[in-house]
Write a protein that binds this ligand. Structure first.
Ligand code: SF4
Length: 234
């Protein structure tokens, strides 16, 4: 089916449909609600290709070993061992160190939050092991910037919906959504990302999406075709 361009009203309807189905998501999940921002940076790296339950265990081990700050993480000689539950621990320890060194050298949140989003994204992408998705998670949840996280769940749903097709191109999808999304409303993107994850897990499965019970099916290319097919079959 031909790709269609998202519009501001269509994106709002997409968001609102999912919000009505799943309710407020209140992401990003943190263990210390009084001091969430640095934990979000750490979680964004640890969750790369890793189940969130294992990330939670690794963060709990880091918190047991000392304060969850950039200086404390850089001082851990045993950082790979502390995060061993979160996948390839030597690789992720190197990525965490790179992120912490940048964070400390730049002056922490007080200084970094004065930078515009494009500059922050560019600096994050220049760090070892920080790709587009991780950079946008950090921008969105740690810096409250309006950034669309074009993760695998977003691609799955938006390909079926008809908003992207062909070879997956992160920047192309991110820019097409941000071009029509609300300016200066990080809360919209925060909920949108979390709702997309909820929808992918509960309805728009990798195989056999449950289009017949999906709130988006009357606007989704794949859903319309699936429902028409099931009606022809009866
Ligand atoms: S209609 Fe089907 S394919 Fe489209 S978003 Fe819903 S579950 Fe996914």
């Amino acid at each position: 089916m031909a790709e269609k361009q998202p519009t501001a009203s269509a994106l709002r309807a997409f968001h609102d449909g999912l919000a009505a189905a799943y309710g407020p998501q209140h992401w990003w999940p943190v263990q210390d609600a009084d001091n969430p921002r640095f934990e979000i940076l750490v979680g964004a790296v640890l969750t790369q290709h890793t189940a969130w339950t294992n990330v939670e265990i690794a963060i709990a081990e880091l918190r047991d070993a000392g304060p969850l700050t950039a200086d404390a993480l850089l001082a851990h000689d045993d950082l790979p061992a502390l995060i061993r539950r979160a996948g390839p621990h030597n690789i992720k320890a190197r990525r965490l160190r790179s992120l912490c060194e940048w964070f400390v050298a730049q002056g922490g949140f007080d200084v970094l939050q004065t930078r515009d989003s494009a500059t922050l994204r560019r600096e994050l992408l220049a760090l070892h092991g920080i790709g587009h998705e991780t950079a946008d998670v950090i921008l969105l949840y740690a810096f409250q910037r309006p950034a669309f996280v074009a993760d695998a769940y977003a691609f799955r749903i938006m390909e079926r919906y008809g908003w992207t097709s062909g070879a997956r191109n992160y920047e192309r999808l991110r820019r097409s959504i941000e071009a029509v999304g609300p300016d200066n409303d990080a809360g919209f993107y925060d909920e949108l990302h979390a709702l997309i994850v909820a929808h992918a897990k509960q309805r728009c499965h990798k195989r056999n999406p449950d289009c017949g019970h999906c709130v988006l099916h009357d606007r989704c290319d794949h859903g319309q075709a699936a429902v028409a097919e099931s009606e022809r079959a009866v």
